[in-house]
Ligand binder design. Structure first.
Ligand code: ARG
Length: 266
């Protein structure tokens, strides 16, 4: 797996100001100093795993801008920017659009009536577009993206509000066997066949899922988990992946962990 550059957004304005998923409880205080340390810890771990980290500045109006995974979907030098479901995050779109333009990407938008939340719900996997709909993103958006990027869609439906993005309940591993960890209860059963045709699906427990075990981030041959108290880590290590831990507990208050804080640029 080649992913040598990623984009993160600096955390100085991170806070819980509204609630758009069940993890976010209005009024819950974020320990900002701890959050900044955790964010820097994740950045260093990613660098240690061999990736360069680019940083887009935070923005005082948009606390969730820190979750760069939601910026869009990238294929080579082309980006399709997200159309956020909730008005609270829609202002992030132009910030990302400008960043990608300034950084030499060919930037386009998807039709505004289709909601889509970037790497949260979709990513390019060889000749496939792996995606999910049902909570934040629309199926039509995924079909549109697959057409634009000339990819075969492999699309599943999410059914649990707590696991509102694909990256909260699924992560493919850097092995040669299309291994992926996933939380079965988050998916509409009948749609999972799309994934089981392609991936060797390894279930995680509810306990692991609630620690956002599937929101680990893959950097080259390493898998960075958000906590060491996750049972599936042993299985992932036995598959030959190098395992790292980066505690991002402050960000779990917003429903995000390692993968949410990152998008792979190349
Ligand atoms: N509070 C953010 C939201 O609900 C968290 C986003 C996490 N990102 C992700 N890729 N799952 O939109």
């Amino acid at each position: 797996m080649q992913n040598s550059t990623v984009l993160m957004s600096s955390p100085e304005y991170f806070r819980i100001e509204y609630s758009i998923n069940p993890w976010m409880v209005e009024g819950v205080e974020v320990n900002l100093e701890l959050a900044k340390d955790q964010w820097s810890g994740l950045k260093s771990t990613i660098e240690k795993c061999g990736a360069e980290v680019k940083v887009i500045p935070g923005n005082t109006v948009y606390p969730d801008l820190v979750f760069t995974a939601n910026s869009g979907i990238i294929k080579d030098k082309s980006v399709l920017i997200s159309n956020f479901k909730f008005q609270e995050r829609q202002g992030e779109e132009i910030i990302y659009e400008n960043w990608f333009k300034k950084n030499g990407y060919d930037v386009a938008r998807i039709p505004s009536e289709y909601k889509f939340e970037g790497r949260g719900d979709a990513f390019v996997y060889g000749e496939y577009l792996i995606g999910s709909y049902g909570i934040r993103s629309d199926k039509e958006a995924l079909i549109y993206i697959a057409e634009q990027f000339e990819l075969k869609p492999k699309i599943v439906k999410l059914v649990d509000e707590k696991f509102y993005h694909l990256d909260t309940c699924f992560q493919n591993l850097p092995t040669n066997n299309n291994d992926a960890i996933f939380y079965p209860e988050a998916f509409e059963d009948s749609s999972l066949k799309e994934f089981s045709d392609l991936f060797n699906l390894i279930p995680v427990s509810e306990n692991d899922a609630n620690k956002l075990a599937c929101n680990s981030v893959v950097i080259n041959e390493s898998v960075i988990f958000p906590s060491d108290d996750i049972d599936i880590i042993e299985t992932v290590a036995d598959l030959g992946c190098s395992v790292e831990i980066s505690d991002v507990s402050e960000f779990l208050k917003s429903g995000g962990a390692c993968q949410c804080l990152v998008i792979t640029l190349q």
